[in-house]
Design a binder for this molecule. Structure first.
Ligand code: F6P
Length: 341
């Protein structure tokens, strides 16, 4: 078979190990692989690259994606959709494996409905895709964020300051929640829970009153300050998503004003998307990559390879992209006990 492979949306550690696994498994079947550069843009503009064993063999430990990525929406209008379908035919693709999050896989699902034979591989550092327990990229991102948080605690302690760490995650607070718990944060703010300004200030005052002169607060980029309405302030990308970032400064100002403690903030941003994937992400990426090739050969299109428990299973793309997997209130309440004293 002749199989196209692309990586779309924000990059994250694990993409290269997944590409590697796809290529290695596909070669077992004698398949021919066509790399599409920069996500759906590669299909729309027919920009391809060969995927060889020599190229992929060493990339188990490398961050980023050798195929490059972009936030190109293949189905943004009828012209783009037709162009993608025509180009897939011209390139002689029997199937296409798309590695991505809700946008990339949403595009794959819509193109499947038009006859393109797509299989998905879930990836996102946000961990917000439904129908899979975890996505690769998340563990690596949290590892980097926890390391940063641990460093910030050192300097916070030395200077009797509060340090606010802002992390990515878009509309889901998974990265902030895991980072905050694993770094022993004094408070965690996530988009799923409305910002309780008074509660935050009260808690920082309480820790000071019991003799702790420093603090760490982790905030997810998707948290909205009360005075900013939906859609305000930020520009949007091709999928209509706001380009987030900046809430850390607001939270730091609120804390300093309300508690009187010297407060600084750090926006980690894209730092968590770079670097070598953790062993967990290498393992997960490898397994979903292998499974994606199996799905192609089983003819199970419009599905993605998902982690459920310890098994890698096929789930319909529709189930993965229908609703975002956000942090349940009950889970937040459960861990809130760690920053309620
Ligand atoms: O979806 C992954 C993510 O890193 C989000 O956490 C973040 O909001 C967004 O991508 C940033 O996108 P870009 O790389 O386009 O700035």
């Amino acid at each position: 078979m002749r199989i196209g492979v692309l990586t779309g949306g924000g990059d994250c550690p694990g993409l290269n190990p997944a590409i590697r696994a796809i290529v290695m498994r596909a070669f077992d079947y004698g398949d021919e692989l066509v790399g599409l550069r920069q996500g759906w843009r590669g299909l729309r503009e027919k920009e391809t690259m060969p995927l060889t064993l020599e190229l992929v063999e060493p990339i188990i430990d490398s961050g980023g994606t050798i195929l490059e990525s972009s936030r190109t929406n293949p189905v943004k209008d009828a012209e783009s959709t037709e162009l993608c379908l025509d180009n897939a035919r011209e390139l002689g693709l029997d199937a296409l494996i798309a590695l991505g999050g809700e946008d990339t896989l949403g595009g794959a699902h819509k193109l499947c409905a038009r006859g393109l034979k797509c299989v998905g591989v879930p990836k996102t550092m946000d961990n917000d895709l439904s129908a899979t327990d975890y996505t690769f990229g998340f563990d690596s991102a949290v590892s980097v964020a926890v390391d940063a948080a641990d460093r910030l605690k050192d300097t916070a302690r030395s200077h009797r300051r509060v340090l606010v760490l802002e992390v990515m995650g878009r509309h889901a607070g998974w990265v902030a929640l895991h980072t905050g718990v694993c770094a022993g944060a004094d408070y965690i703010l996530i988009p799923e829970i409305p910002l309780d300004r008074d509660g935050l200030i009260e808690h920082i005052k309480e820790i000071k009153a019991r003799g702790k002169h420093w603090g760490l607060v982790v905030v997810s980029e998707g948290v909205k300050p009360p005075e900013v309405g939906e859609g305000e302030k930020h520009a949007k990308d091709e999928f209509g998503h706001e380009k987030l970032g900046g809430i850390g400064g607001f939270v730091a100002a609120v804390i300093e004003k309300g508690s009187g403690i010297d407060t600084r903030y750090v926006t980690l941003g894209h730092v968590v998307r770079g670097g070598s994937p953790t062993p967990f992400d290498r393992w997960l990426a490898t397994r979903v990559g292998i499974k994606a090739v199996e799905l192609v050969h089983e003819g199970k299109f419009d599905h993605m390879a998902a982690l459920q428990g310890n098994q890698i299973v096929a789930v319909p793309l529709a189930d993965a992209v229908e609703n975002l997997k956000t942090v349940p209130t009950a889970l937040y309440e459960e861990v809130k006990t760690l920053f309620s004293q």
